[in-house]
Design a protein around this ligand. Sequence first.
Ligand code: FAD
Length: 370
Amino acid sequence: MKDVLIVGGGLAGWRAAQAAAAAGASVRLVANGAGNSPDIHALNVPVRSDDSAELFIADTLRSGRGACDRALVETMCREAVALADEFPFDRLPDGSYKLLQPLGCSVPRCVTIAHRIGAWALKRLRSELAGRVETVQGRVENLDAAFSQARAVVLATGGWCGKYPFTDNPPELRGDGIDMAVRLGAATRDMDAVQYEPTVALAPQRLRGIPVITTMLYEGATFRNAAGDEFLPDKHANKDEISRAIFAEIAAGRGVDGGVWFDATGVPRETLETVYADTLERYAACGVDIVREPMLVAPAPHTSLGGLAIDTRCRVLRPDSRPIPGLFAAGEVVGGIHGLNRIGGNAGTEVLVFGRIAGREAAAFAGAQK
Ligand SMILES: Cc1cc2nc3c(=O)[nH]c(=O)nc-3n(C[C@H](O)[C@H](O)[C@H](O)COP(=O)(O)OP(=O)(O)OC[C@H]3O[C@@H](n4cnc5c(N)ncnc54)[C@H](O)[C@@H]3O)c2cc1C
């Protein structure tokens, strides 16, 4: 019998494993794929002198359209501050942080490591925990099986956007954790809330389903319809507003093969070559020069915003708000943090903060059962 079983091998799961192992728990992690976490490009940490946890909280609550759980948001934004001491985020030659400003943030707040902080962090966690956490490849199908292996269970199974036909998520992300917990009496919230990524590649075929980063909008990119006319001039629109504007353009018959043009030809070449080198190179490898040509994109389901109801200790709650003993959850499987609209970069912050809390709490619960 293990102390803690973690279901899910994304960043929420590995972060939970790290915290549980650090608390002295024996840990098994089961996963049936890599999930979305290797694709995390950047995440939000208030590192600038004109930024703060309070401003981060205000931005997150405003972007969530009044549907966020304030206590969860406050926990995420306050605990995010310490991430700057833990991770070697990229810096500019003058020593300041290399930052992007996601849609919905009042100031630049998005930090990264080598453009792929998700893959970087996963690699570090796997190597740090090698030999200390037992890993098993496979799919967990019900929580009775999970609780027969461990005193406490952490659900870190990600969201359900893999169910949609046009999505940037892998197909194994089908909301399994929500399904299993609901069968045990868990409450859910905001299950109709899904974040669409406005700029997911429709073509060329090799790039279909891969998103193009929206921060390019701040640097001179724009949307164009079939006639080449610019629409959505508001560069500070949120992702949900952008997606709706694109769908409206398509519905009005001004789309292109089910999408619209995302035109980065107005972004300075130097910016494309440095800040957006990965996008530039990805398209160049398919014969598309985004310095001169627009990209064909459409909105696609990207992040589940709703999910399991939890408290700030990551305990999974019943409809009457009582926790289900021994059951914890973190990451995209939970709801309440992003409300109806997630700020780009907030998922990465969420998984690091709440993954750690879930692992720590699960270890404490298991310890008390011995
Ligand atoms: C293309 C893309 C780019 C993104 N970029 C960013 C970004 O730059 N910044 C940001 O903040 N957010 C970003 N996001 C969102 C972010 O990636 C996710 O919200 C986050 O990674 C979720 O982490 P997680 O650990 O909760 O789930 P995931 O990383 O999705 O991991 C879920 C894990 O659970 C496993 N699993 C599922 N069901 C079962 C089961 N029944 N049994 C066993 N295992 C199971 C999966 O195989 C996987 O290992 C992006 C999303 C996508 C799709």
